[in-house]
Design a protein around this ligand. Structure first.
Ligand code: GLN
Length: 539
């Protein structure tokens, strides 16, 4: 039977519950246990797929095509195992299930209520992954902050589950903030006391307190928190601000978070976690032997969470190349009216980001033309590839007015167009081409050298595709499709063999980069940037 770890948060949002959950998961895994992590989000959207990145940051897509919270990206990057639809559930999805059952008459005339019907559905979903024998431990993170109205049904479900499970089958971790008051020169425990009180009112006694803090917490503070919050003083864990999220597992080992959880759950595993490769990863990251500047051109660059997986993939690639990768954020709109030269000329590589809609695309196109002509390493993802194709068709093939159908429905040359199966779709949620699809790679191509394989699988999230009617013209002029979906013939990868490093992909490689498995396109892109910097301009 699986054991359960419940993670709630108090005092404020953005304390990094996802990182704590992922770090604990990593440590338990490094002790030989099989672990998965899931997140329950208390908002009413059925999934975050329809949310604007400004609202919710990046939408992380799983292998099975679920549009999920970006914390699932952290879980995968830390644990190196895929998550699925079952790993992210929202209030909207819970209610949708209950309402569908009600409409089907499954409740046999009963009044449908938050307790027990909504809470039962929450419990069913929390335990879903535990039904296979696949996992020793299931970590469940509850989004939001204790005290929010919308979190209440989840806390009630946790309370019930804690009682229904055996005494050593679940453990409750509460993550809080210990603020430092500069005027008083003191760390303050009161917000945590209040937060735990709020949790106690829902009937949940936390077993472990994880305290986010800017400064080390003293023995006295640990004792005070233990006394007021009914936890053992050894179970008051310091989570001090770290340079990198990848430091957190090691900080948690020092605080013995893994040992405490294992002893409470009576779990047997290795005495100490095996973290050699993790330490090597951090060692390489912190002791770079070279440095490069890479431009990230997008329309949401002011919001770091919008490109979370891309930024993390660069960290993985930086470590494997022992290189400091400085990411220069460039707003695509800022490249629309002026020449992109001033912003791009000192960069050693440019990534054109994924995205939706018209805003800033002319800036992306200007940037790609400059990069293509100057021989600066180029990497385009999804919309980035689509804009590369548009740029090439306009400026090399001289197809005036070439565009993506997404940007101009009346464009004379729709070089990127709506996929046939998308034409009839009216509903927005969960209707894109989503999840893992295969791609066949041409031998001798850059992609083949990067992947060292002729058949790969990558994750997708798009409605538009490269228009194959223009493919021959593009290929004749040097822009080659080197990756094709073997079943549908959709173009997945395009490259310019005459350019030092120019690759655009329709899928999202950033979703598969992990600490133990950095994505080869990102690693090779950074390598190309290092070479470009060393050699100077290629042509
Ligand atoms: N907007 C484009 C499409 O739907 C690209 C999507 C993306 O970059 N993820 O095809």
């Amino acid at each position: 039977m699986s054991k359960y770890v419940f993670v709630t948060g108090g005092v404020t949002s953005s304390l990094g519950k996802g990182i704590i959950a992922a770090s604990l998961g990593k440590l338990l895994q490094a002790r030989g246990l099989k672990v998965t992590i899931q997140k329950f989000d208390p908002y009413i959207n059925v999934d975050p797929g329809t949310l604007n990145p400004y609202e919710h940051g990046e939408c992380f897509v799983t292998e099975d095509g679920a549009e999920t919270d970006l914390d699932l990206g952290h879980y995968e990057r830390f644990l190196n195992i895929p998550t699925s639809q079952a790993n992210n559930v929202t209030t909207g999805r819970i209610y949708q299930t209950v309402i569908n059952k009600e409409r089907a008459g499954d409740y046999l005339g009963k009044t449908v209520q938050v307790i027990p019907h909504i809470t039962d559905e929450i419990k069913r979903r929390i335990c879903l992954l535990g039904q296979s024998d696949e996992y020793d431990v299931i970590i469940t993170e509850i989004g939001g902050t204790v005290g929010d109205i919308e979190s209440l049904p989840y806390l009630e479900a946790l309370r019930q589950l804690t009682n229904e499970l055996g005494i050593n089958d679940s453990v409750s971790i509460h993550l809080t903030l210990i603020p430092y008051l500069r005027a008083a020169k003191e760390l303050k425990t009161k917000p945590t006391q209040h937060s735990v009180k709020e949790l106690l009112m829902t009937g949940i006694q936390p077993d472990i307190l994880v305290c986010r803090t800017e400064r080390p917490i003293t023995k006295e503070i640990r004792e005070k928190l233990a006394r007021f919050c009914n936890v053992n003083k050894n179970s008051v864990i310091e989570a001090i601000d770290a340079d990198s999220i990848y430091d957190v597992p090691l900080l948690m080992v020092k605080e013995k978070l893994d040992s405490i959880v294992m002893s409470k759950l009576k779990l047997k595993g290795q005495q100490t976690p095996e973290l050699e490769y993790w330490k090597d990863f951090l060692g390489n990251l912190k002791n770079p032997t070279s440095s490069v500047k890479i431009g990230l051109v997008g329309k949401y660059v002011e919001l770091q969470d919008a490109y979370k997986s891309i930024l993390e993939s660069f960290i993985h690639a930086a470590s494997i190349n022992e290189c400091e990768v400085e990411i220069i954020d460039i707003h695509s709109e800022s490249l629309e009216s002026n020449s992109p030269e001033s912003k791009l000329k000192d960069l050693h590589g440019v990534l054109i980001a994924p995205g939706f809609g018209e805003r800033g695309i002319e800036g992306k196109i200007n940037a790609i033309q400059y990069i293509r002509e100057q021989g600066i390493p180029f990497f385009g993802i999804c919309l980035g590839l689509q804009m590369a194709v548009t740029e090439f068709c306009r400026n090399v093939l001289k197809l005036k007015g070439a565009n993506s159908e997404e940007m101009n429905k009346k464009a004379k040359h729709k070089v990127v167009h709506l996929m046939p199966e998308q034409v009839k779709i009216k509903m927005k949620g969960g209707t894109m081409r989503l999840g893992a699809f295969e791609c066949k790679i041409k031998k001798g191509s850059l992609a083949h050298r990067i992947y060292k394989s002729s058949l790969i699988s990558e994750r997708h999230r798009h409605r538009y595709e490269i228009n194959n009617t223009y493919l021959k013209q593009m290929e004749d002029a040097g822009l080659i499709a080197t990756g094709i979906n073997p079943k549908t013939n959709l173009v997945e990868i395009m490259e310019l063999p005459d350019h030092p490093f120019y690759i655009g992909v329709q899928y999202h490689p950033e979703l598969k980069s992990t600490v133990s498995n950095p994505h080869p396109i990102f690693s090779n892109f950074v390598k190309a940037a290092i070479e470009y910097k060393a050699k100077g301009k290629a042509f």
